[in-house]
Design a protein around this ligand. Sequence first.
Ligand code: PDD
Length: 278
Amino acid sequence: SLCHLDGEYLPLRDAKVSVLDRGFIFGDGIYEVVPVYEGRLFCFDEHMGRLERSLDELRIPNPHDRGGWRTIAERLIEASERSPSQSLYIQITRGVAIRDHAMPAGLIPTVFVMLNPLKPVADKARAEGVACVTAEEFRWQKAHIKSTSLLGAVLARQISVEAGAAETLMFRGELLSEASSSNVWVIRDGAVAGPVPDHRVLRGIRYGLLQRLCESRGIPFALRDITRDEVFAADELLISSATKEIVPVTRLDGRPVGKGVPGPIYQALYAAYQDAKQ
Ligand code: PDD
């Protein structure tokens, strides 16, 4: 399939980057994953806002304005074999330089964009929910940056793989942060709560989306500190991401969550989410 690399459109297999790229050497870059439904970018402006904030944090100049990014995305969508759901991957690294930890001045950022088919979450997971496990937070203190340095996420995800589970929920002390590549939502007495999106958490684009969906359905929604006890006492648990939308978690560390089946708030929010995609 076609991808975009530094201003050119070319087959993915022909796209090559220097071994001195700081993305390869240091993981010195940021990325975004944007859902595309029926050829339409979903929550594109929100994703662009986060991309701009991540670049600012790393002091990498933004190679394109929003219109420029949209043009690249739309050309790839146009050239793609259309599937109902696709995901756009955008990566920007600081660029190519002789290896030195210090940020070299004046580098040209490396831009890579690809479009992939998005496999929908399995029917079984939607019908029965998924299992998750918990771990102590061991990632870094700047989780709000959507960095391509993803070793912490890889190690965290593997814990769940080896436990036969879908995701690893992490706790910093007694407080919930997030999962390896998704945010976590706790539902109790009909109200949805998520961790405050500070440096401990990547502020998922679904933070804003779920808040809007809750407001439209009259479901109370709050961002606050959430303890381990609250997570284990939840009526329902959800994980969210660009690629998973929202998925019910019905087992945690081998114990059932609430009644152990996807609950009414999940059902209501999932229906609202599908409406929002139209
Ligand atoms: N991951 N937290 C982490 C650590 C993530 O990596 C992600 C997304 C999220 C959810 O953010 P959003 O709702 O904007 O997708 C939360 C993407 C999908 C990935 O790494 O592939």
